[in-house]
Design a protein around this ligand. Sequence first.
Ligand code: ADP
Ligand code: ASP
Ligand code: MG
Length: 417
Amino acid sequence: MSLYVMKFGGTSVGTIERIRAVADRVIRTKNQGHDVVVVVSAMAGETDRLVALAHSISKIPDQREYDVLVSTGEQVSIALLAMELKQRGYGATSFLGHQVTILTDAAYSKARIKEIHAPRLLEALRRGEIGVLAGFQGIDDHGNITTLGRGGSDTTAVAVAAAIRADVCEIYTDVDGIYTTDPNVCPTARKLSRISYEEMLELASLGAKVLQPRSVEFAMKYNVPIHVRTSFSDVEGSWVTKEVPEMEAVLVSGIAYDRNEAKVSLIGVSDTPGIAAKIFSTLADANICVDMIIQNISAEGRTDLTFTVPKADLARAVNLIDGIKDIVGAREVKTSTDIAKISIVGVGMRSHSGVAARMFETLANAKINIEMISTSEIKVSCIINARYLELAVRELHESFGLDREQVAEENSFAGAG
Ligand code: ADP
Ligand code: ASP
Ligand code: MG
């Protein structure tokens, strides 16, 4: 007998028929003699609808009330699934974040889980019931509702799996595993039977939304094996596990992209000590994560500073920058939302040179201009015009041989599953 955490994403619970299919799968696992905790997202499209409602009240909605609103989608799906399970004669109890309890910090809309105490859930399991948990939500120290950022139900699932020492965390989604890149963008993307926590964390952080980055961090820290698979069939999915030596053999293991960043340029800021500190501490104090930064060569004591922030935080960022515009001496603040970030990832890059050069060459051959670059030990990222994103994904996928069979050999890991 094992303890399973099974997480179902929005598409998997998108209709009543799909919720019934989820119940079938949960019941099957239960009937095999396992204990089951289910974590569910809001029904497909619901969180987007709630976000749009908030923005119809204000361009910068009150952050506390925003979380109260956008967390409601999950309440609907846990209730429907628990009802269906009970109707079929299975004991089940639904739990909201604060009923579990999932304790987070107070960073509304991007809260981080601090602790999980799950006495009621464990009690329900002891009674032989199925626990049905709302993903994406928690409460802070003052009892305010918080949400974990888009895609946050993945993190709820893995964090709960770690807290109750589950044997496996299954993530059921609308693709049948983790691919070399988004299979909905690149038809030649290849399914990986296994990927390391480290590479998956990098891919997820760079935009591969199949798993939320925080969920991979939890899995890595607490050694929770993740099995990403489809809720539409029984095929084996992809495992996210510790690194095994064969993974080093592959130079580039995946390509990720992110359309959710926006670019801010501060034109003509004074080139004196403390200016960058002022700008970025102002944004950090407001919990806005800055990703890439470039500073131009200065002329006559002035310089241009360009950086990227999440699109969702752009309005707030511009407001804050406007407030300190005179202090930092900016002549103009320009923004652009038609950018995209494309990244190549691979632990094999650590010991090989020329990977970045090949990426730049591939983009150049496709006549795609690179606006910003950043690198780390196991990734290279470029900001390009969003219009060319899909082309860039396909060109790089081909250029690094990710679609080819012989690479498939190198890329397939022994003993997967
Ligand atoms: P869910 O609603 O189940 O959480 P998401 O939409 O958040 O599902 O994540 C699944 C999506 O992630 C897929 O439909 C796919 O478009 C996208 N995706 C991006 N990169 C990858 C990748 N490398 N492998 C698989 N899916 C990916
Ligand atoms: N419902 C939330 C979202 O759409 C959380 C999730 O699906 O993981 O982002
Ligand atoms: Mg998701």
